[in-house]
Design a protein around this ligand. Structure first.
Ligand code: FES
Length: 150
C-alpha cells in the first residue's frame, strides 16, 4: 500500500492507504480527526467540508493521492481555541441542534467570509446552499454568518 505525506492542521502525517481512499476516511480513521463528518459520501451534503489550500472542499470527493502537498485544515485546526469569528458567532446564536452537520457548515462559512468578508443574504444563501442540515438550523446559520462578518 502506498504511503502519503499529508499536511493537516499544520502538522505532517505519513499514512498508508489505497490511492483512491477518500480523504474523509484518512482524516477520520488514520489520523483520528473525527470532527469531519460522513453524511452521504457522494458530495451532496457538505458534512465532510474541510479547507484545502484555504478553500472549502468536500473531503469525501478528494482522493488521498490528490491531497499530497496541499494545506489541509479540518474543524480541529480552524482556530487555536475555538475562537475563530465564525465559531464565536455560532456559540452566540446557539446554532447547532443535533450538531452533526455543523463542522461542515462552519468550515464552509469560514471559507465564504475569507473570500467575501461582507456577504449579502444572496451571497450567503448561494454559498451555503449545498450544506444540508436535517434539523433546519438555516436561519441561525445565516444570522451567525452575518454576526461573524461584522
Ligand atoms: Fe461529503 Fe456528504 S459526506 S458531501
Amino acid at each position: 500500500m502506498p504511503t502519503f505525506n499529508l499536511k493537516i492542521n499544520k502538522k505532517s502525517y505519513s499514512v498508508e492507504a489505497d490511492m483512491d481512499t477518500p480523504l474523509l476516511w484518512v482524516l477520520r480513521d488514520h489520523v483520528n480527526l473525527v470532527g469531519t463528518k460522513y453524511g452521504c459520501g457522494i458530495g451532496q451534503c457538505g458534512a465532510c467540508t474541510i479547507h484545502v489550500d484555504g478553500n472549502a472542499m468536500r473531503s469525501c470527493m478528494l482522493q488521498v493521492s490528490q491531497a499530497q502537498g496541499m494545506e489541509i485544515t479540518t474543524i480541529e485546526g480552524l482556530s487555536e481555541d475555538g475562537d475563530h469569528p465564525v465559531q464565536k458567532a455560532w456559540l452566540e446564536h446557539d446554532v447547532p441542534q443535533c450538531g452533526y452537520c455543523q463542522a461542515g457548515q462552519i468550515m464552509n462559512a469560514a471559507s465564504l467570509l475569507k473570500n467575501n468578508p461582507n456577504p449579502s443574504d444572496d451571497d450567503i444563501e448561494a454559498a451555503m446552499n449545498g450544506n444540508i442540515c436535517r434539523c433546519g438550523t438555516y436561519v441561525r446559520i445565516k444570522q451567525a454568518i452575518k454576526t461573524a462578518a461584522k
